[in-house]
Design a protein around this ligand. Structure first.
Ligand code: F3S
Length: 397
């Protein structure tokens, strides 16, 4: 890989140990993927924040790596494993909370904003079309490439951190236009009524197309919230870093529709819901906010919960910034008066909740995958209204 004289100096340690180590990581990745050179990035989004996921080994690595290292570009953080202000309510122990606090402090000491959200694009980390970035949260990567038209690979937490420190990333994969070309046309033959339908659509497309980049026709409208649910789902089930939707996403006009095609019918969506629903009736928890909820979703939840009481745990995960806005608008008071919790800085999938709950209802197919995989819950996916109704009843009917 070609390095400029300046980049060579960084690699030789002339700008300090922090920059040298970060550059070493980027050069190693660039060589593996045959990148020609490094390109400047405008922002980074860093995962690997939850102590539940990285453990003591990850914490030790961060302590060492952060010495003398500072980020050069805007950099934000993915959710950690706990809402530091509500660890007791989340049934999480003090030691975990303290270790999580230390991890966040280390990231902050490097100049990274402790946004602790998987929706950086809702809290000011909003790249424009054509900007090169280094993001690692898979749902945000799919959203950024597809909806915003930014250019990012699915970075690991470490490679995103190294890119943030150097301000550059190796030019390969999604940074090259030809790799963003769709491989299969997906013709939607049914109406999508609820946002959760978009989430199930991600699963249904993945089931039929595997890992090809889809070019989707027949989706007439989709709000930001539907697209973030879809992005999270297709990133989870198809490993997609990008998708194109005719008439809606940033680059659909740049490519011709592929000749090979599949259809998605009402039956595919129904079968998707069938797969995404484990057997159970008693519900321990309802979770909304995978990816983190927007202000609009909180407003809708407020309407559904006004003057009502939940009969089960209802956790709504969002970012600190969105929660603060919702607080000013009076939404949080109404929601929490019902007994629900609006939790920040974390998500159910990266929190240590194994054995603390058994059954979960959610409106996100991604939440289905990770809640089953990480916390071994039984899970059902349903639309938002049904999720809230289930929280009010305490049982699935
Ligand atoms: Fe975000 Fe956690 Fe879902 S990081 S996308 S809420 S699994």
């Amino acid at each position: 890989m070609y390095l400029t004289p300046e980049e060579d100096k960084i690699l030789a340690g002339e700008y300090g140990e922090g920059m040298r180590k970060a550059m070493e990581i980027l050069v190693a990745i660039g060589k593996i993927y045959d990148a020609e050179r490094l390109i400047p990035i405008s922002s980074a989004q860093i995962s690997g924040v939850s102590y539940h996921n990285i453990g003591d080994a990850g914490l030790e690595f961060l302590r060492d790596f952060s010495r003398g290292a500072k980020v050069k570009v805007k950099a934000t953080l993915n959710p950690g494993g706990v809402d530091l202000g509500r660890w007791r309510e989340m049934k999480i122990d003090k030691e975990f909370m303290e270790k999580q606090g230390e991890i966040i402090k280390i990231f902050t000491s490097m100049g990274i904003e402790p946004t602790l959200t998987c929706t950086p694009y809702l809290v000011g980390n909003l790249p424009s079309k054509g900007e090169h970035i280094a993001w690692s949260e898979s749902s945000a990567v799919a959203y950024a490439n597809s909806v915003l038209g930014a250019y990012t690979n699915r970075e690991s937490g470490i490679s995103a951190l190294a890119a943030a420190i150097v301000g550059k990333t190796p030019m390969y994969g999604m940074h090259l236009k030809e790799n963003r070309r769709p491989g299969i046309r997906v013709v939607l033959k049914t109406e999508l009524r609820y946002r959760s339908d978009y989430s199930v659509l991600g699963y249904a497309i993945a089931k039929k197309t595997g890992h090809s980049i889809p070019y989707i026709e027949g989706v007439d409208k989709a709000d930001l919230e539907s697209l973030k649910l879809f992005a999270a789902s297709i990133a989870t089930y198809a490993g997609a870093a990008i998708f194109h939707i005719k008439g809606l996403t940033a680059e659909w006009m740049d490519f011709e529709a592929p000749k090979d095609y599949i259809e998605i019918t009402k039956r595919d969506i129904e079968e998707g819901y069938g797969f995404l629903r484990d057997e159970f009736r008693e519900v321990d928890m309802v979770w909304i906010g995978c990816p983190h909820t927007s202000l609009k979703e909180l407003e809708e939840i407020t309407r559904l919960l006004k003057d009502k009481k939940v009969a089960t745990e209802l956790w709504i995960t969002t970012s600190r910034q969105v929660r603060e806005k919702a607080e000013r608008l009076g939404y949080i008071e109404v929601i929490e008066k019902s007994g629900a919790k609006v939790i920040i800085d974390t998500c159910v999938a990266v929190a240590p909740l194994l054995g603390k709950f058994q059954t979960l209802v959610t409106n996100s197919a991604k939440a289905f995958y990770y809640s089953r995989g990480v916390n071994r819950f039984k899970v059902k996916v349903a639309n938002l209204e049904k999720c809230i109704d289930t929280a009010l009843r305490g049982v699935w009917v």
